[in-house]
Ligand binder design. Structure first.
Ligand code: HEC
Length: 153
């Protein structure tokens, strides 16, 4: 039967191809964490002080829409929420992402300060890398506090 033949053939092809797609157990193929940290490429490109790649530019726009009202202009902080340009000097990207997706509530202060969870906000969730890129560029001192420009690519 044609169908059966096709299924068998597909199975045979898969059996041959499977080793090619073999996924190494987690960690086995990964370089040592220290090496990964130094080898990690910058998430942004900045030229001439204020020209940024398209993703970093998007991050700037979404930061303005979603984060600025609490975290202040250009990630510089406000009386309500911390300066993310400082936070990213010690936070890993993963910690950043977890905080933005899950939110956080400061329980040790009298002030009821809340970092909202953005996990269900598609604009933020889909642009998390871009927002991180913008804030990382600010945090590294690669980008000034003004309105960046698009880099011609
Ligand atoms: C309604 C105000 C508000 C908005 C909007 C907001 N945040 Fe926050 N965020 C806070 C507060 C308050 C904290 C501190 C919470 C705490 O310490 O428990 C915080 C903490 C954080 C932290 C942890 C900083 C650190 O040093 O530990 C990150 C990262 C962060 N926010 C990212 C973002 C990003 C990215 C956005 C936009 C997508 C955003 N926040 C929008 C109020 C806000």
């Amino acid at each position: 039967m044609q169908f059966e033949f096709t299924v068998r053939r597909a199975a045979a092809i898969l059996a041959i191809a499977a080793p090619l797609f073999h996924v190494a157990p987690a960690g086995a193929a990964d370089p040592a964490p220290a090496a990964a940290a130094t080898a990690e490429p910058l998430p942004y490109t900045v030229k001439d002080g204020d020209k940024v790649d398209a993703n970093t530019y998007k991050g700037f726009l979404y930061y303005g829409d979603e984060c600025h009202r609490c975290h202040g202009p250009a990630g510089l902080g406000s009386s309500y929420a911390p300066a993310l340009v400082d936070s990213l000097k010690h936070m890993t990207k993963q910690q950043f992402e977890e905080t933005v997706i899950n939110g956080r509530k400061e329980v040790n202060t009298a002030a009821d300060k809340v970092m909202p969870a953005f996990g269900t906000n598609a604009d933020v969730a889909l642009n998390l890398d871009n927002i991180y890129a913008y804030l990382k560029a600010r945090s590294d001192g690669a980008l000034g506090r003004g309105h960046p420009e698009h880099l011609e690519q």
